[in-house]
Design a protein around this ligand. Structure first.
Ligand code: HAM
Length: 444
């Protein structure tokens, strides 16, 4: 018996319908924010991810040597590809760029609830704008997408952290680099031993860094942050400037009515190495689960990958945790695919019958007919029409241009009418919302 690989999913039609619903909802909302969709290769040069994404992702890559001896990797995320693409044409692209993508990503992680080896990400990135308003716009987009699914502040929250404030605090200490300290803070919520890790990284300052972290992790408002940074005279002015950015960001969120959905939380630093400013993660409220989405500002990545400086901020929503949450909250539309019409005809009228089928399909209707090689008696065809779940059946009488019988399957009501009138009636019904039931059709 063959099976799919661990951490890889098979999508049966109902699963695909849910996936399409998730993608369509995302696409609908990003359109309202003026985003354009782009795409890039699934297979990339290995170094695109080993150089800039950070240690954690580098250790999770699906990578191999291709037949030409190139070191390649399946993309674990979209951001480096986006940065390369935008950087390569930066001079010719209209700024700011609001770009979105829906695509598959691969990470060799231990499969568990909410974590797989292949998953979909819905990315949205805004490039070419500095300042908190752009971060605010992206946060509003994330909050709007999650709300569009019917999720409320009781279901999820977005925690916002800030690498600038961490960099400011850590600038007081003599460290080889802040990255290992930020990585230790990132792991703090999941693993014990942060203090020991810090002491190993900075024997002279580890204890003072730990003390600062212990206070900062409990600051959930700007007043607490102001008080904390107020203690350090050399940092005070820069901290005030940064807190003004924070005020701008929270103002955006408040203006859109999303304050109950967000919290200030400096323990969010993010595991990816390229972030430079505000960072944020969305979680199920009260859940222990993995993040629904994550993102932040990354002002140096485009210049590092493509040599063109370009400020950027973005996020990605994962489909796995989101689908789990929608199922748990019963926010998944019912999957009920229904053909519009089943066309039946007398056995020897194949040509006329199929001409009618084809004409209805040209009008955009989902049309079935009896494919069975034997026994195409009318009563058998009617049984098959019944089983198909079609909303109407249409019986084409012997004469190709003669009247047809339109039957509403559920009520059994029948009407004999001329062929053109039946087609217009069906097309008209098809246009009315709800005609095919609460199914999971894609947006047009
Ligand atoms: P990330 O936090 O690594 O960020 O991934 C974003 C989301 O993808 C996560 O919150 C999670 O929902 C989903 N995800 C990640 N790994 C897995 C997995 N193994 N199985 C299932 N879902 C997973 C990024 O990838 C950044 N590139 C986001 C970004 C875009 N930053 C700026 N622009």
């Amino acid at each position: 018996m063959h099976r799919a690989l661990p951490g890889f999913r098979e999508f049966y039609p109902a699963d695909c319908a849910l996936r399409n619903h998730i993608f369509a909802t995302f696409r609908r909302v990003v359109r309202r924010f003026g985003f354009e969709e782009f795409d890039g290769p699934t297979l990339e040069p290995l170094e695109l991810f080993t150089e800039k994404s950070g240690q954690e992702i580098a250790s999770q890559l699906f990578h191999f040597e291709d037949r030409g001896g190139r070191a390649v990797a399946l993309r674990p995320e979209m951001t480096p590809t986006l940065a390369r693409m935008v950087g390569a044409r930066a001079a010719g692209l209209k700024r700011p760029m609001r770009w979105s993508n829906v695509g598959e990503a691969f990470r060799y992680e231990r499969p568990q609830k909410g974590r797989l080896r292949s998953f979909y990400q819905m990315n949205a990135d805004l490039l070419g704008v500095e300042g908190a308003a752009a971060d605010g716009e992206l946060l509003l987009l994330l909050l709007s997408v999650l709300s569009e699914f019917g999720l409320t502040a009781e279901d999820f929250h977005v925690r916002i952290g800030d690498r600038c404030l961490w960099n400011l605090f850590l600038s007081q200490f003599s460290l080889d680099g802040v990255e290992p300290v930020l990585a230790a803070i990132d792991r703090m919520e999941r693993e014990e031993g942060t203090r020991e890790r810090l002491l190993a990284l900075a024997p002279a300052d580890g204890a003072a860094i730990w003390d600062g972290i212990s206070v900062l992790r409990t600051c959930h408002g700007l007043d607490g942050l102001r008080q904390f940074f107020g203690q350090f005279a050399p940092l005070r002015e820069r901290a005030e400037q940064r807190l003004a950015d924070w005020e701008g960001l929270l103002e955006c969120v408040a203006g859109a009515g999303f304050s109950p959905n967000v919290s200030v939380d400096l323990t969010v630093v993010r595991g990816l190495a390229y972030y430079t400013g505000f960072v944020f993660e969305a979680f199920e409220r009260g859940g222990e689960g993995r993040a629904l989405a994550g993102g932040g500002r990354y002002d140096d990545l485009v210049s590092k990958l493509a040599g063109t400086p370009l400020p950027a901020v973005g996020f990605a929503i994962g489909d796995v945790t989101l689908a789990n949450l929608l199922v748990e909250k019963q926010l998944v539309p019912v999957y009920h695919p229904r053909p519009a019409v089943f066309v039946l005809w007398e056995g020897d009228r194949h040509r006329e019958g199929l001409a009618l089928v084809t004409e209805l399909r040209r009008h955009g209707l989902a049309v079935l007919w009896d494919l069975s090689p034997v026994s195409r008696s009318l009563s058998k065809q009617m049984q098959r029409a019944d089983r198909s779940g079609a909303i109407f059946s249409l019986f084409a009488a012997a004469d190709g241009n003669g009247p047809v019988t339109l039957r509403h399957m559920e009520s059994g009501e029948e009407e004999k009418m001329d062929r053109a009138a039946a087609i217009s009636r069906l097309v008209e019904c098809h246009r009315r919302p709800g005609f095919t039931g609460p199914d999971l059709r894609q947006d047009p």
